[in-house]
Design a protein around this ligand. Structure first.
Ligand SMILES: *Cc1c(COP(=O)(O)O)cnc(C)c1O
Length: 473
């Protein structure tokens, strides 16, 4: 499989070459030259496979430059019951007739990001060891991504992590998840500022080409292609679990922010998985809902971006969206680059005026996309309803946004799988507001906040961060 850029300026490369890449050199996103098609015989053979066996079959279609026996070993070491809580890895539970929740949050940091990040940790180590290279991962986090990355990279040969977070702004649980890691290769830098300051520092360091090359700086952000591929697997897994035969269709509802999760659903559908609809659920930051309803993509400014009780969906623009639009414009890099000139200017673009078979409603129907939106009041009400109906089911605020939208848009007899993106233990404050009690805490997380913590407080200053990296590399 060869990879190209959405902007057309990258000569074809293989999976191991693009694995450590953030943006493509021309500023675009990395895409495979085509989607492998899965036929009916293959679907029949895959139904009933264990999660790691299924993951091997899917990932190897995209990573055919890794020898099969080595890839199988990597995937089997990643998707283990000890890491993801059960041999099923991503069990499906029934919420009500026709509505299921696929549990993706039983990994080490209790969010779906572990599903991909754990594989990324193994893949990075494999390529770095093979090439005798080092990698210093620099990232900014407001919570879920940073802890998933640290837990995936901890203790790995040839990898160090420098994770910036806004000092005093994360929840006590999230802070403890990151700062209590004892591993020498993990460096938590608590920045005296906001999340945007952290992100600006990461951008400034990454755009210093000399420093970046000298210190082998890399990232693990949501545009990494391998993360998207790893996520494709659980759409197949969820499809098989929710359907009785491969003649049935299943829809997925996805609580969305940067469009990484649902982008994997789009790819699964393009590969031939019988997905009916892809339901995009947003919170009050509804840039994606607006697009799928109107055809207008209008990225928000920082000031227009609301801080909500489903914080991992608080985005101003959706960084993975460019991948879907690339397909939508017929994989034409010139047309895509033209649209993204509008995005970079802050005005966005408008597809509502397209005519004929390119008419927006027609195009989004062809790709199966629909969308809905959920607010603070909606998510509290949904958490309460579900807990009242099934006391053992406590939703986190993000999954609640998904369930709210899934119930609203589900058609009679449609099977909808809502992806669970986190466990409620991570968001105790909102859960107390909804249920007047603390959320359940999975075994092994008792007393997490009492463990000793390791972190360095730094001013919001690029050179201070560079000094820490220099001192440790
Ligand atoms: C990252 C995240 C999301 C959003 O996923 P995208 O891939 O950015 O669309 C939703 N919920 C939770 C809990 C997350 O951590």
């Amino acid at each position: 499989m060869d990879y190209i850029s959405t902007r057309g300026g990258m000569s074809p490369q293989r999976f191991c070459d693009i694995l450590l890449m953030g943006l493509a050199p021309d500023g675009g996103l990395v895409m495979p030259t085509h989607y492998p098609r899965v036929d009916r015989d293959q679907l029949a053979a895959w139904r009933g496979l264990s999660y790691p066996a299924l993951a091997f079959e899917i990932v190897r279609l995209f990573a055919d430059d890794i020898p099969a026996d080595e890839l199988r070993d990597i995937v089997e070491r990643t998707y283990r019951a000890e890491v993801f809580g059960s041999a099923e890895i991503a069990p499906l539970t029934r919420l009500e007739d026709g509505l299921f929740v696929e549990q993706l949050s039983n990994g080490p940091t209790l969010a779906f990001k572990d599903m991909a990040m754990q594989l990324l940790g193994h893949l990075f180590e494999y390529v770095l060891v093979k090439r005798g290279q080092q990698l210093n991962i620099l990232g900014a986090t407001s919570g879920d991504t940073g802890s998933a990355a640290e837990h995936a990279m901890r203790g790995r040969a040839n990898i160090r992590v420098f994770m910036l977070s806004p000092h005093g702004k994360m929840s006590a649980f999230q802070r403890a998840q990151m700062f209590s890691l004892p591993d020498e290769n993990i460096h938590n830098l608590a920045i005296e500022g906001m999340f945007d300051d952290c992100q600006d520092i990461v951008k400034a360091v990454s755009s210093d080409a000399e420093f970046k090359a000298k210190h082998a700086i890399g990232t693990v952000n949501s545009i990494n292609w391998a993360r998207v591929v790893a996520q494709v697997v659980y759409y197949f897994h969820g499809y098989f679990a929710a359907s009785d035969s491969n003649d049935q269709k299943v829809s997925f509802c996805v609580p969305s922010g940067n469009f990484g999760n649902v982008c994997a659903g789009h790819i699964a559908r393009q590969m031939g998985l019988p997905i009916d609809r892809l339901i995009v659920a947003t919170n009050e930051n509804d840039v994606l809902d607006e697009f799928f309803r109107t055809g207008r993509y209008r990225p928000r400014t920082g000031a227009e971006t609301r801080v909500t009780s489903s914080p991992s969906m608080d985005i101003s623009k959706a960084s993975n969206f460019e991948r879907f639009i690339f397909d939508l414009v017929g994989r034409n890099p010139v047309a895509l680059s033209e649209l993204w000139r509008g995005v970079d200017k802050g005005t966005g673009f408008d597809l509502s005026a397209l005519e004929g078979d390119m008419m927006f409603a027609e195009v989004s129907r062809r790709y199966g996309f629909v969308s809905g939106r959920s607010t603070h009041a909606d998510r509290l009400a949904t958490i309460r309803q579900v807990a009242a109906e099934t006391p053992a089911r406590v939703l986190d605020p993000h999954t609640a946004d998904g369930v709210k939208v899934a119930r609203e848009l589900r058609r009679p007899s449609e099977i909808v799988v809502c992806l669970e993106t986190a466990l409620p233990a991570k968001f105790a404050e909102t859960l107390r507001e909804a249920l007047a009690q603390d959320p359940p805490r999975p075994a092994g997380f008792e007393g997490l906040e009492d463990l000793p913590q390791r972190f360095t407080v730094l001013p919001a200053d690029v050179s201070a961060v560079k000094q820490v990296i220099e001192a440790h590399t």
